[in-house]
Design a binder for this molecule. Structure first.
Ligand SMILES: NC(=O)c1ccc[n+]([C@@H]2O[C@H](COP(=O)([O-])OP(=O)(O)OC[C@H]3O[C@@H](n4cnc5c(N)ncnc54)[C@H](O)[C@@H]3O)[C@@H](O)[C@H]2O)c1
Length: 468
């Protein structure tokens, strides 16, 4: 089939490369001319394991191409995917103007029957607005509005494992409208996704509004599990329990399962924060405020500064003369995405209090520097106190504390002996509960995690002097 994917971001590029790999002819469109030129020259603006190879192979086979000209790409396509961003607005609502812009343009250029797929995460009712925008343009051109059917096919991939998630999805949610156009679109989507359904049918068919809501419900549920465990972790600290033991005990219950039960420094990225906010906003608008979802967001915001609160408890508000080592800046491992990353709360706050910060991230350092400088606002000059270095080991030199913010594989094995030699103070603020507090204790390292800590860590928080 001939496909057009509008939006060359995480979702658009992964969708395009994966469908091209399955033999389809795919054109990717983006309004960002620089991004298109970069893609045309063989570059890839995002880091996603396996994506470079997939793009190179399919570009070479001429199944995948990039253009800024939406008109041509739409004209030749059977199916057009909208995969543009839906960023949050001031009031938390998702901004769907880019989605509607694309819809209008599709209406301007469409010829013959097309299926227009909303893959972007959009609030309930948006696909109906998309259909209306297309129909208006078609009518303006004297064409029948039946020339295009809008379906909802939300994307559930995770950055960092996006190719695998796309190629081996747990489920494929497709919302189709009633009527003849809906039936035609359903057949087209069934054909497109047939290779994913060979062993068993993973497609969950539903109406369009339910498909839109399913995406928000799924993300809100996952975010809820994380915030719930973060609140449990605070309680574990107060009660003297170990959240990791609690997690294992809870997750072993098959009704609950082990996923998304990890306490940490809060969730970030382009999806959970904006989607929970957008869901709250939709619920308010429809007269059904969702207290749980609002609490999930509130807890997460607070959680992002938990390590900072530990730092100020340990060292006071003025951090001049102190050096903090930071491992990990991206919002999660295997991505360079800095959107809503906890590091964007922690690092600027350390710098603003006069600290020097030395950090390492395997892939996000360039994007991180720009993002943190932006977050510093009128204190942008403090960026000079942020040093980004090439290896995790360099970060440790003469540091007063190590803050682990992202659980990249390269940070999993921490050599506590080495840490003692390199750092000014042997103190680990483990924002992802990666390290064994008791092993740290044996080697004289204070460990303060999220809902777990060793005796040295507890003593430090209680005001005991540093082991210098
Ligand atoms: N990133 C994820 O992990 C993920 C997962 C599932 C769903 N989603 C959803 O998918 C959508 C896209 O997310 P993303 O992370 O890929 O976004 P992104 O910001 O990485 O990419 C969006 C792209 O769309 C382009 N664009 C914007 N307006 C355009 C227009 N009018 N015409 C052509 N191109 C245009 C931008 O230039 C950009 O390259 C969002 O709604 C998001 O919520 C994202």
């Amino acid at each position: 089939m001939k496909l057009c994917v509008v939006g060359a971001g995480y979702v658009g590029l992964v969708t395009a490369a994966c469908f091209a790999e399955l033999g389809h002819d795919v054109t990717v469109v983006d309004k960002d001319l620089g991004r298109i030129a970069f893609l045309q020259s063989g570059g890839n603006p995002i880091y996603e394991p396996g994506l470079d190879e997939l793009m190179a192979r399919n570009t070479h086979a001429q199944r995948l191409r990039f253009t800024a000209l939406l008109s041509q790409a739409v004209e030749h396509a059977d199916v057009v995917f909208i995969a543009v961003g839906t960023p949050p607005q001031e009031d938390g609502a998702a901004d769907v103007q880019h989605v509607l812009d694309v819809a209008r343009q599709v209406g301007m250029y469409v010829r013959g029957f097309k299926v227009l797929v909303t893959k972007s995460t959009v609030p309930v009712g948006t696909s109906r607005r998309v259909a209306h925008a297309v129909a208006q343009e078609l009518e303006r051109r004297g064409l029948s509005p039946d020339g295009c059917t809008v379906v909802s096919n939300p994307e559930f991939l995770k950055e960092g494992a996006a190719i695998d998630d796309f190629m081996r999805p747990d489920r494929i949610v497709i919302g189709v409208p009633h009527g003849r156009g809906g039936e035609r679109a359903r057949q087209c989507m069934a054909r497109l996704y047939a290779p994913f359904n060979r062993h068993h049918d993973r497609t969950v068919w539903m109406d369009v509004v339910s498909a839109e809501l399913t995406k928000y419900a799924a993300n809100a549920m996952l975010a809820t599990r994380i915030s719930f465990m973060n609140e449990m972790a605070a309680l574990a600290d107060a009660a003297g329990a170990d959240i990791d033991a609690v997690r294992r005990g809870v997750g072993a219950d098959l009704r609950i399962g082990n996923s998304f039960l990890y306490a940490g420094v809060g969730y970030g990225g382009s999806c959970f924060p904006k989607d929970t906010q957008a869901l709250s906003h939709t619920a308010e608008m429809l007269g059904h405020p969702m207290k749980i979802v609002s609490a999930v967001e509130w807890t997460n915001q607070r959680q992002k500064s938990i390590l900072l609160r530990h730092v100020t408890t340990l060292f006071g508000e003025d951090l001049s003369g102190l050096t903090f080592a930071v491992w990990g800046l991206a919002f999660k491992p295997n991505t360079n995405d800095m959107r809503e990353a906890p590091s964007r709360v922690v690092v600027p706050a350390l710098l603003q209090r006069g600290a020097r910060v030395v950090a390492h991230d395997p892939v996000a350092m360039d994007l991180a520097r720009c993002a943190i400088q932006e977050d510093l606002g009128r204190d942008a000059g403090r960026i000079r106190q942020l040093e980004l270095v090439d290896t995790p080991d360099e970060v440790l030199r003469d540091a007063d504390a190590l803050l682990l913010l992202t659980e990249w594989k390269c940070f999993h094995n921490l050599d506590f002996e080495r840490l003692r030699q390199r750092m000014r103070q042997p103190l680990v603020l483990d924002g992802r509960n990666l390290y064994d507090p008791e092993q740290a204790q044996e080697l004289g390292v204070a460990h303060i995690g999220i809902g777990r800590r060793n005796a040295l860590g507890a003593q430090r928080l209680a005001g005991a002097p540093a082991l210098l």
